[in-house]
Design a protein around this ligand. Structure first.
Ligand code: SF4
Ligand code: SF4
Length: 347
């Protein structure tokens, strides 16, 4: 039997936490029944992965992790996050997360998806979510407080406040603004630890090895792909057993794979928002790709049903397309998503 390669660890900025360069992202595990999910999470622990990231909004992801960590709590660093924007709400979310995870504290608690300037302002204000998170940290319910964002400009502003110890941001060959905009350098300058989400572009990139090696930027600490099988755990561990950039041939294949996604790939930067009809455009596209690329139509429909406004409410005003830097034909794609996600199957 071949020995499991040991996974390197890197310091997560001023938090002082030292996660493995390969962490475990908690979104995808929602789609796997608990009986299958728990062995996958334990398999990740067995493989030496020590960093597990979930979120209050990832339905039963925290509960599955909690079940997997029973008796093994000291082997892992747990990160979770809340979409709440006010102090009392984020406190309530954290208490629920702790109960689901079966623990009395998490190592890292993050303000989730602070992607608009107004959201950052709201969480930083008196009585905002940051105040609630810092109070929880003082009480020992969480070790450190971080922030997650899909927008490099807002993320840079959040980092510059000096209020956060970590930043979670997407980075992959398609969504590379965290590097090109200088955000990684800003985080380095503030000693804010960087966690890379979406290293496989939400599952759109199928060449895991080069994609993960690309996403583990030298200024980042850890990448956190979702994993739903022991085979994926093994593949990802092997990809980062000896971290470094992808080889030239691998990089070329990765670029070709990215190019094949075409011009209509939404980067989830949210510049198109707000929509006057309150349509969450990038979330609609995530639901659509969950149904198509990921081949999970039932999960896509259940995610779509949770959105406030259906894509079919689009009036076609075109404001969003004027703001999209990637010239995505949003109206056309929303109509396709409505057709895909609002029609009853079989009709
Ligand atoms: S539609 Fe365009 S602007 Fe909106 S999130 Fe996607 S890439 Fe960004
Ligand atoms: S075109 Fe549709 S989605 Fe875009 S801003 Fe107008 S109503 Fe919203």
């Amino acid at each position: 039997m071949s020995a499991i390669p040991e996974i390197q660890r890197r310091r997560l900025g001023k938090s002082g936490l030292v996660p493995t360069v390969l962490g475990f992202g908690g979104i995808s595990i929602q789609s796997v029944p608990t009986g299958e999910a728990v062995p996958v999470i334990r398999g990740a622990l067995d493989a030496g992965i020590n960093f597990f990231d979930s979120a209050r909004v990832y339905t039963d992801s925290e509960a599955k992790m909690g079940a997997a960590f029973r008796g093994r709590r000291t082997e892992c660093l747990i990160a979770t996050k809340s979409l709440a924007r006010k102090a009392p709400d984020i406190r309530r979310d954290l208490e629920t997360s702790l109960a689901e995870l079966g623990t009395d504290h998490v190592e890292l608690f993050q303000l989730h998806n602070i992607s608009r300037a107004e959201e950052l302002e709201e969480v930083l204000a008196a009585g905002g979510a940051l105040e609630g998170a810092l109070r929880a940290r003082d009480e020992g319910l969480c070790g450190h407080v971080g922030v997650t964002s899909h927008n490099v400009n807002v993320a840079a502003a959040a980092v510059r406040t000096g209020c956060f110890e970590t930043l979670q941001i997407p980075y992959n060959i398609i969504e590379d603004a965290a590097a090109t905009s200088g955000l990684f350098r800003i985080a380095e300058g503030m000693d804010v630890g960087v966690i890379i989400m979406k290293p496989l572009a939400g599952g759109a990139l199928d060449l895991a090895r080069p994609a993960l090696r690309f996403a583990l930027h030298p200024l980042a600490t850890t990448v956190i792909p979702g994993m739903v099988s022991q085979a994926q755990v093994a593949e990802n561990v092997s990809a980062l057993a000896d971290p470094g950039p992808p080889a030239a041939r691998e990089l070329q294949a990765l670029r070709q794979s990215a190019a094949s996604l075409g011009e209509r790939f939404c980067r989830r930067c949210q510049y198109c928002l707000p929509c006057p009809q309150d349509i969450n455009i990038p979330q609609v596209f995530i639901c659509a790709t969950t149904a198509t690329w990921r081949g999970e139509p039932e999960r896509a429909r259940s995610m779509y049903e949770r959105l406030m406004t259906p894509a079919s409410d689009c009036t076609g005003c075109g404001e969003c397309e004027e703001r999209c830097p990637y010239l995505i034909p949003i109206r056309e794609m929303l109509a396709e998503a409505a057709e895909l996600l609002e029609k009853q199957p079989g009709r």
